[in-house]
Design a protein. Sequence first.
Length: 520
Amino acid sequence: MGAIDATEIISIIKSEIENFDKVVEDREVGEVIFVGDGIVTVYGIDHAMYGEVVQFENGVKGMVQDIRENEIGIILFGRDIGIHEGMKVARTKKKAGIPVGDAFLGRVINALGEPIDGKGEIKESGYRPVENPAPGIVDRQPVDTPLETGILSIDSMFPIGRGQRELIIGDRQTGKTSIATDTILNQKGKDVICIYTAIGQKASTVARVVDILQKHDAMDYSIIVSSTASDPASLQYIAPYAATSMAEYFMHQGKDVLIVYDDLSKHAVAYRAISLLLERPPGREAYPGDVFYLHSRLLERCARLSDKEGGGSITALPIIETQSGDVSAYIPTNVISITDGQIYLESSLFYSGQRPAVNVGLSVSRVGGAAQTKAMKKSAGSIRIDLAQYREMEVFTQFASDLDDETKAQLAHGAAVMELLKQPVSSPMSMHQQVMTLVMATHGLFDDVPKANIKKVQGQLLDYLDTSYVQIGMELDEKKAITDELVDQIVKAAKEGLERFRPEEPKKEAAKDVAGPAQP
Ligand code: ATP
Ligand code: MG
């Protein structure tokens, strides 16, 4: 009995040995050896990819962010409570990504694409990795279509084209977010999909943006990707990449997209926090060495595709917050060099009531000129240089008592233009209204209007032209170009209007009637 048993066992062992296939398998499951501050170190996973999603036993997910010789560093997408030493971690072999689709329009989502507006599930039509390579040179074409912000001081002097990256930079509370939201409002009916990305913003700021967009019926064509200051640094870090993946989904269908990153300073700070926790060596201003790559690989994904690729575009409005106007700090200089120009907002202008507080001297748009409509280009003319001269002269003549008439006229003209450039929030101007305003301004029609009345008279004249001379606005909208005859017509009509409204002028108007923003 026993002998038979032994031969059976031997034969089994023999067949086992004969059929033994030596497979070297990567270990796909590891163990937590350290956890803290949203960072986990895992031992035992051999071949994780950078950016791969891993899952913990308790369901929490994370992303591989650091690959070292014997261990990997993971940033968590959830809270680290419940994760402990020795816990099992498994690879998913999937790169971090977000669900994308048309159904996301009108919704507020987090950096992982999950709805956070309480309006239920979103049916996705695809899944895109968070990180994608930027379109190559051959797949691009130069910008040639304007992306109108509806803000006179920007559209006239620093025009933005579809596919351009224009930085909005300024100290805190200088109207940066407002420029972005105004631009989104102005895209109504212009076939542009807008994505607002909040990075490390206060939840109240995000709520305000949602509220503004809802009030102006702008949510239908917008998506809000929100990572607030209370979200883990990992989510703040991936939010702009995720939002860009969403934008790419639309761009590759040939659509135009506008994306706002509010703001990249906080993005860099989130990345710095992650990197320091992952024990990467800190460099200048304690940012890790690859911080430039952080923003360049993000903004390079915003482009105007060639017609062969469908001709879609992503226009980016990244926002950077400076400290006491210091544009020469590390992160601002990085992003200035990556983008195609910047709108520089200045606190002193903002507090003096010049809002939007665009600093004409330091702002620039390097490529947008090619996309400006002919009408706008012609009527804006030399306004930028005029203003620069005015600002200089204003300083020089501050204490001078007797000025010659020419200087006085130049000062009056400059002051009138500055006044005309004031524009309250959420009141975008159409292209033809901007052109009309510029034509009237360059013909000096506002130069002898008392300063406090200028905004009011501007409103009255634009209303008058839009009601009594409808064809002028129509021709401008249609042809997007302006002839000398049309200029004459505008000037003539405006002078007529001025005569009409003149009787009202002697009455001292109360300050609150002025359409411009209240003086602080
Ligand atoms: P933060 O640094 O807090 O992000 P910000 O630079 O984004 O601020 P906003 O939040 O856009 O600035 O604006 C600050 C305040 O200024 C808001 O109350 C806004 O309504 C007001 N404001 C912005 N632009 C204008 C404007 N053109 N006219 C009048 N008020 C404005
Ligand atoms: Mg803001």
